[in-house]
Design a protein around this ligand. Structure first.
Ligand code: GYE
Length: 325
């Protein structure tokens, strides 16, 4: 019965523009699974996001779960609509990556009423009721910010620097990685009088906006007054580097470049000395998410918060073995 429902669902989804990603048959066992996961991805703004989407798609396929996936194109309203349609289709588990932290309680109460468990992936929400989500799988962004700050102190020591001026290019305003990468960084450097943040601007995690921010900063400051750029993701860092190099400023030499993520192009730039430090952020969260789905459906209790392992790659260490995604 549920299978007939699934076929109808697939037809409906095709009509409404959502996509049902696989036919619920795991490659290795050939066994059918009735479990359907509804996944609302927030967008496709960076290589991190694209790797993350692929990781979730692949893990659902490996587990033999049907996947209804919707890409919200950076719009919270569209994520809310997607979650509502997952509820209407009575998926088994809702997974979503919240673009910003606030504004979810209403729709999550609807999911709770329909008794559909919700797993947050990648980003966190701000809520008055922590029971509105069953589990969270994603990075410890505060720790990532701290790692960036600790690297900078070590780098200042290694250079014998007396004073360093920093500009911060942050991610999407009010998103968890933006808030916590900022807070962790500020806390880590707050006891170091050598380090001053001149300005913090948002580049929305986009390469184009990272470049735009850099152009504007260079209208305000003489490039010689900027010693460090702390950028919240590699996509923005690569855009920033384009602008610097166009103006004959050498990223990694004239300005210390600190980035977050670990995509291939950034790792190459790290090896070339054009980026000084990358705080790794792991996009491969699919396996952990699908394990939670399996355990939830088996009636097992699951951990509320899971963080993946993440490293720091920098010019203070050997980067030969580092692999980007
Ligand atoms: O660092 C960035 C992406 O939420 C961890 O979002 C994610 C961030 C990631 O756009 O590249």
């Amino acid at each position: 019965m549920k299978r007939i429902g699934l076929i109808l669902l697939l037809m409906l989804l095709t009509l409404c523009g959502c996509s049902r990603e696989n036919a619920a048959q795991p490659a290795e066992t050939g066994a059918w699974s009735d479990i359907v996961v509804g996944f609302s991805q927030l967008g496709a703004e960076s290589s991190w996001r694209i790797a993350n989407t692929e990781s979730i798609r692949k893990a659902a396929e490996d587990y033999g779960y049907g996947l209804m996936m919707d890409n919200a194109n950076q719009k919270q309203d569209r994520q809310i609509d997607a979650i509502r349609s997952f509820i209407a289709y009575r998926v088994d588990v809702i997974v979503f990556s919240p673009i910003v932290e606030g504004g979810w309680d209403h729709v999550l109460k609807e999911a709770a009423k329909a008794e559909i468990p919700v797993i947050l992936v990648d980003r966190m929400i701000e809520t008055e009721d922590e029971d509105l989500y069953t589990a969270y799988v994603g990075a410890d962004f505060y720790l990532e910010g701290q790692k960036a700050g600790r690297y900078l102190k070590a780098k200042a020591d290694a250079m014998g620097a007396e004073h360093l001026n920093i500009v911060e290019i942050s991610g999407t305003i009010d998103s968890t990685p933006m808030r916590d990468r900022h807070a962790g960084f500020m806390d880590a450097i707050s006891d170091d009088p050598r380090l001053t943040v001149l300005e913090s601007v948002s580049g929305d995690f986009l390469r184009s906006k990272g470049a735009e921010c850099m152009r504007q900063l260079l209208n305000t400051y003489d490039s010689k007054d900027i010693d460090v750029i702390y950028s919240h993701n590699d996509s923005m860092t690569l855009g920033i580097m384009d602008v610097l190099e166009e103006r004959g400023i050498r990223p990694g030499e004239d300005i210390i470049m600190i980035s977050v993520d670990g995509e291939k192009a950034a790792v190459d730039a790290l090896r070339e000395g054009r980026i000084n430090c990358i705080v790794q952020c792991n996009p491969h969260l699919g396996e952990d998410v699908m394990k939670l789905v399996r355990d939830l459906k088996a009636g097992l209790s699951v951990p509320k918060i899971s963080h993946p392992f993440e490293a720091v790659f920098s010019d203070l260490d050997d980067t030969k073995e580092v692999e980007g995604f």
